[in-house]
Design a protein around this ligand. Structure first.
Ligand code: ASP
Ligand code: MG
Length: 450
């Protein structure tokens, strides 16, 4: 068995669905299980409809409805599938009206709302497969064994899913049926709908692959695999032939929008390989993600994450004070603020966090034990590479940054064997990535050889 996941842009319209189906059809002998995202930007449209309902009282689901009905028509699917999705569209319309009355959208309701995207896409795709002679069955994640906690908008799957998922899916595959499963969503044990976080279909696919002991999980995107940098910043970024789970996870977490940050976890457990492929360019070999690789060039990829806040905290007590860090970190925990990077000295600690947090209360508490300096509009530049060679990597990276007067403001490396990160001003992060990429990846960067 293999698991094949197609993201929103790979099922964005009738043409993309035909291409996707063609790719899947070729793989039928390998017994595929299909995981789909919502069509195109449907998830965003759904969120926008709730926004409009709250702010303007408009209750339109036109954009979502039109896209799906138009696609059904363009695929030549008849009234049967229209009738099948009609109750879903009706339920969605009622929900948006409810939101417009209540004028608020809790995380719980938001998850319920966005779930319609995937529930619509799998039904249309399964109908199309049947039309072209592939025996297929649309399944909502909860009918495929997905049970999660109630951490809405970023739910975690419960352990029992590892047993219920193969119980539901394997018999279908054995019977020669193509299961077409909603990515991204799940349900709690109490039957409320949850989501696994934006981009969560990747995680759906890797969980199925790991739990069903599939040969591999294929993640079909609109780029040629995992690239050495964001192609919007670095036009000559190259796809990587292979990368490790750890490298892929660090890349995802530090801003490369290739894979859901948590999606590597299931495959790490089982060693299931993940293959990232391009549905617009089927012949490109893609990137293989595996447990370990021979060491090669010192740097594998560079990424950046913008909109980061840097907090410098300097103890007001004496050197040697016991428990300072403990107090600092428990203050962050109390306020529910998640920290990304940390650098410390005897009496000071610097941390970075997402700019979205409101830090006023946290700052009040920190001021009881320390001087606090909050700096906004920073970015994290992350080099994924061989940390054992950090002196070489850092000296080359810093020298190209220094040449453009880009100041590194905090540095963190060590715990992860693959991640070297530092902070720069937000407006200099693109240039930092470009310069470092050029240093390590341009053709004349021959020194990058092992
Ligand atoms: N449709 C969801 C999103 O846009 C999940 C996914 O695409 O993986 O985030
Ligand atoms: Mg999407």
């Amino acid at each position: 068995m293999i698991v094949m996941k197609f993201g929103g842009s790979s099922v964005a319209d009738a043409d993309r669905i035909r291409t996707m189906a063609e790719i899947v059809k070729h793989c039928v002998p390998q017994k595929p299980v299909l995981v789909l995202s919502a069509m195109g930007d449907t998830t965003d449209y759904l969120l926008e409809s709730a926004d409009a309902a709250i702010n303007t009282g408009s209750c339109s689901i036109d954009k979502v409805q039109e896209l799906h009905l138009k696609t059904i028509a363009a695929l030549g699917l008849g009234v049967r599938i229209e009738n099948e999705i009609a109750p879903l569209l009706k339920e969605l319309q009622d929900l948006v009206m409810g939101v417009s009355m209540i004028k608020e959208l809790t995380k719980k309701t938001e998850d319920y709302l966005v779930s319609f995207g995937e529930r619509l896409s799998v039904r249309i795709a399964a109908a199309y497969f049947k039309a072209i002679g592939v025996q297929a069955k649309a399944l909502d994640a909860w009918d495929a064994g997905f049970v999660s906690d109630d951490n809405y908008s970023s739910a975690w799957l419960l352990k029992e899913s590892w047993e219920t998922i193969p119980q539901k899916i394997c018999p279908l595959v054995d019977a020669g049926v193509l299961p077409v499963i909603t990515g991204f969503i799940a349900k709690t044990a109490h039957n409320t709908i949850t989501t696994l976080g934006r981009g969560g279909s990747d995680l759906t696919a890797t969980v199925i692959a790991a739990a069903c002991k599939a040969k591999e999980a294929q993640v079909w995107k609109d780029v040629d695999g995992i690239l050495t940098a964001d192609p919007r910043l670095v036009p000559d970024a190259k796809p990587l032939e292979a990368i490790t789970y750890e490298e892929a996870a660090e890349l995802a977490y530090y801003g490369a929008q290739v894979l859901h940050p948590r999606s590597m976890q299931p495959c790490v457990k089982t060693g299931t390989p993940v293959l990232v492929k391009n549905s617009y360019n089927v012949r490109a070999p893609g990137t293989r993600i595996v447990a370990s690789l021979e060491k090669m060039a010192p740097v594998r990829a560079i990424t950046s994450r913008k909109n980061v806040t840097l907090v410098d905290i300097v103890s007001t007590r004496m050197v040697g004070q016991v428990g300072f860090l403990e107090q600092v970190f428990s203050t962050f925990a109390t306020h529910g603020v998640s920290i990304d990077m940390v650098a410390t000295s005897e009496v000071s600690v610097s941390v970075t966090l997402d700019a979205d947090y409101d830090l006023s209360r946290l700052q009040e508490d920190l001021l009881k034990i320390a001087h606090v300096n909050i700096k906004t509009r920073k970015a994290i530049v992350t080099i994924i590479g061989d940390v054992e060679r950090s002196s070489e990597i850092l000296s080359r990276a810093f020298s190209v940054c220094a040449a453009a007067s880009i100041q590194a403001q905090m540095l963190s490396q060590g715990a992860s064997k693959v991640n070297i990160s530092f902070i720069v001003n937000d407006n200099q992060s693109a240039e930092a990535v470009q310069r470092i990429h050029k240093e390590f990846f341009s053709n004349h960067a021959a020194l990058n050889k092992a």
